[in-house]
Structure formats: C-alpha cells, structure tokens
Ligand binder design. Structure first.
Ligand code: FES
Length: 145
C-alpha cells in the first residue's frame, strides 16, 4: 500500500509546533488511542473563553505528532466554542491528507482537545452545552468508539 505523506505532514512531523507542557494550564485532556494504544495529552490556557496558549505531548506516531501540531495551530487564539467544533477531518484536510491507515492517528488530537475542554468546564463548574455549544459531543467525530 502506498504511504505518501504530504509536505505539510512532513513539515509538522519534523518541526512540530506547540510541543511541551503549560505549567499553569487551566485545562488538561489526556486520551488513549483505541486502535494502537498511543497516548496524547493537551494543555490549554484559557482566558475569557479564548485559547491563549496550547501545547501537547504525545507518545504517538509521526502522524499523531503532525496532526496534533496542526490542530494546535488551528485552534490557538480561537474561542473555546470554535475549538470544540474542530474535527479530525478538518485537521487532515489542513495537512493536505493522510494515508487511510493513518486516519485513526488524527483522532487523538480531536479527542484530547475535547477532553481538555470538558476538563475546563468541570474545573469551573460550567454547563457543557452553554460553554461548548449545544452540539458538543465528547465522542470523536469520525468513529463510533
Ligand atoms: Fe498510534 Fe498513529 S499509530 S497514533
């Protein structure tokens, strides 16, 4: 099977953006990938409902690194409602595509961001629907798991 990676994927894999931890993060999300067992942790610094800073750490593969890097770029500076709408397909599209067998890796970023946003609501006693939008679902957008 052909395993072609786009230039954008390679760029984000070789030079991932926003890697690390945020010491005073006020939202943290950690998820494991049901398909491969890899782990992803997202740190968010949210102020006035805006994602002021975001960093990630992963024990995932290159595709997980690239999609997480791109995902952090896509939501940094956005409102948490907008960030809550990010789908793994959006990230894959922004990277110019991923090989089919690697699509499951992009789910990690979406789920870790959602887990962090839920963590933010919980830490601040916020109503999830009001804070993240009525259509918010903690489940990943492209799988039934
Ligand atoms: Fe596990 Fe890619 S193989 S995240």
């Amino acid at each position: 099977m052909a395993m072609e990676y786009t230039k954008e994927v390679m760029d984000h894999f070789m030079n991932p953006r926003n890697v690390g931890e945020i010491e005073d993060a006020n939202a943290i999300g950690e998820v494991g990938n049901a398909r491969c067992g890899d782990i992803m942790r997202m740190y968010l610094k949210i102020e006035d409902n805006i994602i002021k800073d975001i960093k990630f750490k992963t024990f995932g593969c290159g595709s997980a690194v690239a999609t997480s890097s791109k995902a952090t770029e896509l939501i940094k500076g956005k409102s948490i409602k907008e960030a809550a709408k990010l789908k793994n397909e959006d990230v894959v599209k922004a990277l110019g595509g991923l090989p089919d067998v690697k699509i499951h890796c992009s789910v990690l970023a979406e789920q870790a961001i959602k887990a962090a946003l839920l963590n933010y609501c919980k830490n601040n006693n916020l109503n999830v629907e009001e804070t993240l939008g009525e259509s918010f679902s903690a489940n990943c957008s492209s799988c039934e798991e």
